[in-house]
Design a protein around this ligand. Structure first.
Ligand code: AMP
Length: 565
């Protein structure tokens, strides 16, 4: 039987793993470690979770990095914050007897400020989720210049989650990369592509059977509040620019309403429900089939019997009550050997249904973070640039225009042209998502103030729910406690607010409790809010300058400049 000594691992690491109860290396460790210890060979390990992959790359990394140098030398990229934390925890255990080695986790949904501080301390190994890592790269808060080793863990999961462009971006941003180690449970063609593009004759090892379960459909879910369902749906669509999908609703009213709303906002969608005539139904289906419609929104009854090839995503706007219905809906994607994604938007009370579906369907759900506004813009940007690069210019008379174009653009640099093209295409997204809030339903206890600023403003659900009942709230006594201020805001009933929804909105945005509020006076275009003096600035900070349906919110102290009646 092979031993860790036999694999050539540093004695201090062997001491630590022995303490952890590791006697013999697992199959993937046995095959990977000798290759990875060379530090210069690319590697693909096909192995499922639970086979000892973390040690398979963690031990060689710790063995080959230079502890005397305090800059990042190794980067591990993985799909979720949970995995990120788990990897760091294990690596910490492995390095117990090594001094001067530091490992840090960077992942979304947590304070970026604290992570930047950790990075500044001088670390050799970074374990990261793609979105946060790119945030840090863009902020120039992370130095990947001297990264020699990049590990892509659960690479298939990362691709399933839509991180392909991000991964390529990360690989391109590690100019000194000497070796890339890719671990994956499955080997879809996209991974082959990445490996062909970024790896050099990788040594490939398969351990056990490559995971075949649920191979064609990835079941994902996003957790949000009920009132954010629609926004979340939009974000999912925007985050998947090439989507060709069916959205399922429970009722025809929902199907119709959402379809109309999305159409008004420029999406390529139509609805299929029981109120349509056969002619209308055939027309919608014809358009969807020939892909002149990108999205179809349907009720279960209306969608019965639809068989369309190439559907990339099924989205459950709400989970159905019946597991069979879920199976039926999700089965519209992942057909004929293609991969498909089934996304469910759920709120906290529906979580138990996921377990039921998992049990009965023998499948597993993956929880994903709802992409931030920035994630969406980045995704759209990459998509557009890919489209630009793959545009067919072989036919047509473009050549004849070249001299004219060259003359017109003589004074403009290539970079400027690219920037202008991007601006033309992205203005809508950038504006819309400029101050996009965090739609994820997060565990409140885990957040801190900087975290909230990090991915847009989060909302306090309980405040929101109470706020709906805000009309029976305790009588606000002007001048009680520290006194009160009166705020002006340029939002009113014309913006579609009723008093309760307005109250809910301003409390959600500001993370304040309803008790700080007094009288609210709403007009068509503007409103006046009485608020405890101590809370006034927080409310102004949270709302002033933000966007509401594309309009810039102006909020200020009504008695202190602006907004007087
Ligand atoms: P992983 O696939 O890295 O998540 O590892 C799965 C579990 O196996 C973890 O709890 C590891 O601590 C454990 N493990 C990894 N390698 C070994 C080994 N060589 N001997 C015993 N346990 C191991």
């Amino acid at each position: 039987m092979m031993t860790f000594e036999g694999l050539g691992i540093d004695e201090r690491l062997i001491r630590a793993t022995t303490e952890l109860g590791y006697v013999n290396p697992t199959a993937i460790q046995e095959q990977a470690i000798p290759v990875l210890l060379s530090g210069t060979k690319d590697f693909i390990g096909l192995a499922q979770t639970g086979t000892g992959k973390t040690a398979a790359f963690g031990l060689p990394l710790l063995h080959i990095i230079d502890a005397a140098e305090k800059y990042p030398q190794a980067l591990v990229v993985c799909p979720t914050r949970e995995l990120c934390l788990q990897i760091v925890k294990e690596v910490e255990l492995f390095k117990k007897y090594m001094t001067g080695v530091s490992v840090v986790a960077v992942y979304g949904g947590s304070s970026i400020g604290l992570q930047i501080r950790d990075l500044k301390r001088g670390v050799q190994i970074i374990v990261a989720t793609p979105g946060r890592l790119i945030d840090l790269i863009e902020r120039k808060a992370i130095n990947l210049e001297q990264i020699k080793y990049v590990v892509l863990d659960e690479a298939d999961e990362m691709l399933n989650m839509g991180f392909q462009d991000d991964i390529e971006f990360i690989l391109k941003n590690t100019p000194q990369r000497e070796s890339t180690w890719l671990f994956s449970a499955t080997m879809p063609p996209e991974i082959r592509k990445v490996s062909k593009r970024y790896m050099n004759e990788p040594k490939e090892v398969t351990v056990g059977k490559v995971n075949m379960a649920n191979k064609s459909i990835d079941h994902q879910y996003y957790l949000t509040t009920a009132q954010h369902r629609y926004e979340t749906l939009k974000r999912i669509i925007d985050f998947n620019p090439g989507i060709y999908g069916i959205i399922f609703t429970r009722t025809k009213v929902d199907a119709q309403d959402i379809s109309e709303k999305l159409t008004r906002e420029g999406y390529d969608i139509d609805a299929l429900h029981g109120d349509l005539t056969q002619f209308q139904r055939d027309k919608v289906m014809g358009q969807f089939r020939d892909k002149s419609l990108q999205l179809l929104i349907a009720t279960d009854v209306a969608a019965r019997g639809i068989d369309v090839q190439g559907i990339t995503h099924v989205i459950n706007y709400e989970l159905p009550d019946d597991v069979e219905v879920y199976t039926h809906r999700s089965g519209r994607t992942g057909r004929a050997g293609n991969q498909g994604i089934c996304i469910s938007i759920i709120h906290a009370k529906e979580a138990y249904k996921l377990k039921q579906i998992e049990r009965i369907n023998n499948s597993q759900f993956h929880k994903l973070d709802i992409p931030s506004g920035k994630d969406v813009c980045r995704k759209q940007f990459f998509h557009f640039m890919d489209k630009l690069l793959s545009t067919d210019i072989s036919h047509g008379d473009y050549e004849t225009y070249v001299p004219m174009l060259a003359e017109k653009f003589a004074e403009v640099s290539k970079e400027d042209v690219l920037k202008r093209v991007a601006a033309m295409e992205f203005d809508r997204f950038l504006k819309y998502y400029e101050n996009a809030e965090d739609l994820n339903l997060r565990d409140k206890g885990r957040r801190d103030a900087s975290d909230r600023n990090d991915r847009g403003r989060s909302r306090d659900r309980d405040n929101g729910r109470d706020a709906v009942r805000g009309d029976n709230r305790k009588e606000y006594r002007s001048g009680s406690g520290g006194g009160h201020s009166r705020l002006f805001v340029n939002l009113g009933t014309k913006d579609g607010f009723f008093k309760a929804s307005f109250l809910q909105y301003i409390l959600d945005m500001s993370d304040l409790k309803k008790e700080v509020l007094g009288r609210i006076d709403m007009k068509d275009m503007n409103s006046w809010i009485e608020i405890d003096k101590g809370a006034a600035q927080q409310m102004i900070r949270s709302l002033d300058g933000k966007n509401y349906k594309g309009r810039r919110i102006r909020m200020n102290d009504a008695d202190n400049g602006g907004g007087r009646r």
